[in-house]
Design a protein around this ligand. Structure first.
Ligand code: SAH
Ligand code: F3S
Length: 486
């Protein structure tokens, strides 16, 4: 063993998992661990897993399998499975995978260093998957100056009370627990002091937020969630923050007050990712989404009306049990009607412990694939049309890092995002655009999923001369793509 023990973390799945992996790294580092340079060298390997769809879960199984030879060669290595598969399977995983040492749930991250040391000292394999229901813990991020990414995630709540019939998340992440606003604001302040310019608030139903430090809202309150209030507090109490996003809201809490916040809070993105899942009322009911198509459309339109250039993306499941051609056509119609400029779309997959297990998974795999392809075609068409309309406009772009585009021709590019969410590649004028800078860019070209442009003459005038500043290193960790795949 090296002088300080070393770890490797492999992350699968959603932004919540990427966020959890960051917190694992922080607790390990705070306890004297350092990152290993290879699997051969590591004392601890953590697979932070996802189980939201069957495909993701299969991936975990194959990754664990791949680590068996390494464990055979180095029996001292501690092999841990964390995240949703760990929470879902618990003890069963240990008996099924003989070379596994630790199974650790999302609420037990803080115990990881101690549990790993216990294993290194020869303890029998162990499972820790206990929800922190009575005293919910939100591990505070510890951003380091000069190492903070331009855009960072901050958790505001965990768990989910919705129980959509297809979804395993309420089972793997437990009931909703909220983080006090003061804590959220303090963490955002730390990120911004370390150099971060954009924050995305993270939660399973991020807009159901209630401040645990405040009395619950009155039942006649037109806005039963305190989320818009949180957005306003962040904007006024963290002055250095340039942009604020959140993901993912549930349409049930997309209230009038939320739309008003989008109209009034200047740093709020002009984009909302509002998962709809289906455009058919019959299917929405079977999914237990607790809204119908008309209600969703009304809420989506209200948000879209908050800013003249507001855009919306969504999540859709195709092939849910009982989905007919007519149901699917209703989904396509809704996609056109709302005009989504991006979508994550998935084929329905049966998940353990979910209410939809009672319904037969009766849409043939080939039909699911066909519907998914048709859906992507419609969304991609809308994305292209939307991007094409932006050619010739001037956009404020928050520069996130260097771009690979242009490398072949030996040209230097940076890339960033608009106030909505489009990726823009920008020709780097003599190294003058720094990462973290907000620059005005004239859009000259539209690609399939991104834009290209140059810094406007007046914006260039205001930038430092070459050699007056070094371009900051690229510290991006995570991305929010415009389009997702199944
Ligand atoms: N509210 C959460 C949703 C987590 S799951 C959030 O957005 O943060 C992310 C998406 O996966 C869901 O919106 C849904 O579209 C998809 N999904 C969940 N369970 C699924 C299943 N059993 N089969 C296919 N897709 C599923
Ligand atoms: Fe899953 Fe529905 Fe919650 S999709 S995370 S149960 S809002």
């Amino acid at each position: 063993m090296a002088s300080s023990p070393s770890y490797l973390i492999h992350t699968f799945g959603c932004q919540m998992n990427a966020h959890d992996s960051d917190r694992m790294e922080e607790v390990l580092r705070a306890n004297g661990w350092s990152q290993a340079t290879s699997g051969e060298e590591a004392d601890l390997i953590v697979l932070n897993t996802c189980s939201v769809r069957e495909k993701a879960e299969q991936k975990l199984r194959s990754e664990v399998g791949k680590l068996a030879p390494l464990k055979a060669k180095n029996p001292g290595l501690v092999l841990a499975v964390a995240g949703c598969v760990a929470q879902q399977e618990g003890e069963k995983l240990l008996s099924r995978v003989s070379h596994l040492d630790l199974v650790i749930g999302p609420d037990n991250i803080v115990e990881l260093p101690a549990l790993a040391l216990e294993q290194m000292a020869g303890a029998p394999p162990r499972t820790r998957t206990v929800f922190d229901l009575d005293a919910p813990r939100f591990l505070a991020a510890a951003p380091r100056e000069g190492e903070a990414p331009v855009s960072a995630y901050v958790t505001t709540m965990k768990g989910c009370d919705e129980r959509c019939s297809f979804c395993i998340v309420p089972y793997t992440r437990g009931p909703e627990r909220y983080r006090p606003s003061d804590e959220i604001i303090a963490e955002i302040g730390r990120w911004v002091s370390a150099g971060t310019r954009e924050i995305t608030l993270l939660g399973q139903t991020v807009d159901s937020f209630r401040d645990p430090a405040l009395p619950p809202p009155a039942s006649d309150d037109p806005d039963e969630s305190q989320f818009p209030m949180l957005l306003r507090r962040i904007a006024s109490e963290v002055p250095g923050l340039l942009r604020l996003r959140y993901t993912s809201p549930h349409p049930r809490h997309a209230t009038v007050a939320l739309a008003r916040a989008h109209a009034e809070v200047e740093i709020l993105a002009h984009h909302v990712h509002l998962p709809v899942q289906s455009g058919s009322d019959r299917i929405l009911k079977r999914m237990i989404r607790r809204y119908n198509r008309a209600e969703y459309t009304e809420r989506a339109r209200r948000l879209l009306a908050a800013q003249p250039d507001m855009t919306m993306s969504t999540d859709i499941i195709v092939g849910f049990p009982g989905e007919t051609d007519a149901d699917f056509e209703a989904t396509l119609e809704l996609v056109r009607d709302v005009g989504f400029t991006g979508a994550f779309a998935f084929k329905y997959s049966q998940r353990p412990f979910t209410p939809a297990l009672k319904l037969p998974d009766d849409v043939a795999e080939s039909l699911k694939s066909e519907r998914l392809a048709r859906l992507f075609e419609v969304v991609e068409g809308q994305t292209r049309e939307h991007l094409a309309k932006l050619v010739g406009t001037t956009q404020r772009v928050l520069v996130e890092g260097t771009s690979k585009a242009g490398a072949k021709e030996g040209r230097a590019f940076v890339e960033g995002r608009t106030v909505r969410n489009e990726i823009v590649h920008i020709e780097q004028p003599e190294g003058r655009v720094a990462v973290g800078e907000m620059v005005e860019v004239e859009i000259t070209r539209a690609y399939k999923h991104s834009l290209f442009g140059g810094v406007t003459a007046s914006a260039l005038e205001a930038l430092p001369r070459p050699n007056e500043r070094r371009v900051a290193p690229d510290k991006r960790r995570h991305k929010l793509p415009l389009l997702g795949t199944a």
